[in-house]
Every structure is written in structure tokens, then in C-alpha cells.
Design a protein around this ligand. Structure first.
Ligand SMILES: [Zn+2]
Length: 311
């Protein structure tokens, strides 16, 4: 999501590392998550404007305490990066918000000082060892750790990585920078441009395949160039769904687009296609913002669906 439309505040969220929301294997690939911020409260009325208190109250039995607060007025979102490790390469997907970024004072985004990079290293991943960095889209909470501040300059956090971006999303962001200068709070300038200038970016089609492990699929709506990323190292199949779904309530109600969706109607249609495509299959869903336990499956439930968390 981009910056929320909340009143600016000068404080960030605590730098507490809670449990990893996800640590599992998909075939031969090890999948972990590095959490930047574990549970960010966002008012349902603001971030899912089509939701209703009654519909949310009917789900209280599973929403609390992990996915909603005690009042049921706030949904809880995690911000994390997926770390995929195969025998041959290390891939990061979606690089959260990042430290030190000036985001106009917006609470939860502005000048964070989290231990994300330390936690990545504690997982056994040195920045120099990362082979690929991928972003499902280019909102500020998915590209932040592409770069870090060093001696007053933004430099690539991963000096040996190729940054693999969907061309359509990249071009959309570059266009916005021309037509709405400053409208992205500096995200393009501090988190995208430095890796372009370092020569580390590969712009790819929205059905690109990588290392025989990953395949992009266009999923426009949340942003025009948004993609989901299929992980298929063999017979096993997982999908890194990015911001096609922000909160598990949207599995039951795919028509509830988030306020951050750039085209809410297209996002709702995309979400419904995604839910229908993966319902009642063994495809593991790896969402970008579900708090722990995060990974799960989509199951039919009455005439709708529900999210079934993987143990
Ligand atoms: Zn997001």
C-alpha cells in the first residue's frame, strides 16, 4: 500500500521483532519471512471502506486477537519480506518500508529505525549473498529496503543482486514521477532510482520466469503493473500474492478493495479471480500483509470463501 491518508505524526512503530510469520519449505525452496513491523492497526472503515461493522463482527471468532483489535474497529497488518532460498540462489520478495526514509511525517512510514537488516542477517542472509530482489509493485512499503542510507546517500542494500522489476509497473512509477512530482513522497527517488543508476535493474515482462523457480503473473488493479509471483520448484506450488489481498477478511469479501488500491474496481475483479483460481487447491498463499501465521490456503465456505492458515 502507499502511505495512508492519516494525519502526519512524527513517531514510528516500535522496533520489536516478533515471531517470524512464516518459515516453511515449498519443495526444495526454503521460505522465511523477515518482519519489519508485526501488527500495524488500520481502521477498517478507512482501509476497507466497503466493509461494514456487522460483517466484521460476524468474523470476530477468528479475527481476534491476531487480525483485529479488541474493538473490532482496527485490522492488524504485518509488513514483511519473503526470503526464498534454493540450492542455487537467494531471492527477496517485497522489501518493506526501509529505514531513514523521509515520508512526510506519516506515522509508521517516516524515518523508521527497525532491525530488519539485522534480522535478515540473523537468518543467515548476508546482503552480499542476495542474488535477486523482486517487488510485486512499487508502493513505498514494498521497495524500501532496496536501498539504505550510507554517508548521506541512498545506496543499494544488496550490492550483488539483480533487481527484477515488471516493466509495466516501473514505467507507471516513472510516469507518475513526471506527472505528479512529489506525489510518491520520494519513493522513486530514494528506493528505485539508486538501483537503476547502479545498473542493477532488469526490467522484465509480466510473465517472466526466473531460475526455473519463479513465474510472474500480471495482477493489475492495486497498481497498473502489479504482479503476483508463483513459486513452483517442482510439483509444489505457492503464490506470493503481494497486495492483491491485504487482509484475510477480503478472502470472504473480495469485493472489498483497500483504500490504497489505485483502481478499486479492477482490484476487486483481480482479487475475485485470484480467490476463485486458488480455492480448494493445494496452492499455498503467501500474502504480503497477513500477520502470523500468514501462509495458508483458500477454501470454499458456503457461497463464499475463507482463509485457512497453514500450521
Ligand atoms: Zn503493501
Amino acid at each position: 500500500m502507499p502511505l495512508p491518508g492519516t494525519a502526519p505524526a512524527k513517531s514510528g512503530y516500535p522496533t520489536v521483532m516478533l515471531e517470524s510469520p512464516c518459515s516453511l519449505n515449498v519443495g526444495s525452496v526454503r521460505v522465511d519471512a523477515v518482519v519489519e513491523v508485526a501488527r500495524v492497526p488500520l481502521a477498517f472503515a478507512d482501509f476497507l471502506p466497503a466493509s461494514t461493522p456487522d460483517a466484521i463482527a460476524a468474523e470476530a471468532h477468528w479475527l481476534q486477537p491476531r487480525f483485529a483489535d479488541a474493538s473490532l474497529k482496527y485490522g492488524l497488518l504485518s509488513f514483511h519480506t519473503y526470503v526464498l532460498r534454493s540450492d542455487t540462489c537467494t531471492i527477496l520478495v517485497d522489501t518493506c518500508i526501509g529505514n531513514d526514509k523521509d515520508r512526510g511525517g506519516h506515522a509508521g512510514f517516516h524515518r523508521l529505525t527497525t532491525g530488519w537488516l539485522r534480522d535478515l542477517q540473523q537468518l543467515g542472509v548476508a546482503p552480499e549473498s542476495v542474488d535477486y530482489v523482486m517487488c510485486t509493485h512499487m508502493h513505498g512499503d514494498h521497495v524500501g529496503w532496496n536501498t539504505r542510507l550510507s554517508n548521506g546517500r541512498w545506496v543499494p542494500t544488496f550490492p550483488n543482486a539483480r533487481y527484477v522489476f515488471a516493466r509495466s509497473e516501473f514505467e507507471h512509477r516513472a510516469r507518475l514521477r513526471e506527472t505528479k512530482p512529489g506525489g510518491d513522497y520520494g519513493v522513486y527517488a530514494d528506493s528505485i532510482l539508486p538501483v537503476v543508476e547502479s545498473g542493477q535493474v532488469d526490467l522484465v515482462d509480466s510473465d517472466h520466469e526466473l531460475e526455473g523457480l519463479l513465474r510472474l503473473e500480471a495482477a493489475p488493479g492495486h497498481t497498473p503493473g502489479n504482479v503476483v509471483i508463483h513459486l513452483q520448484p517442482g510439483r509444489e506450488h505457492a503464490v506470493l500474492s503481494g497486495d492483491v489481498i491485504h487482509h484475510p477478511l477480503q478472502v470472504k469479501y473480495p469485493e472489498w478493495s483497500a483504500a490504497f488500491c489505485e483502481d478499486p474496481a479492477a482490484s476487486a475483479a483481480c482479487r475475485r479471480r485470484f480467490v476463485e483460481a486458488h480455492a480448494d487447491t493445494e496452492t499455498l498463499i503467501l500474502p504480503a500483509h497477513f500477520p502470523a501465521p500468514t501462509a495458508g490456503y483458500i477454501r470454499s465456505h458456503g457461497n463464499r470463501w475463507r482463509y485457512s492458515f497453514a500450521d
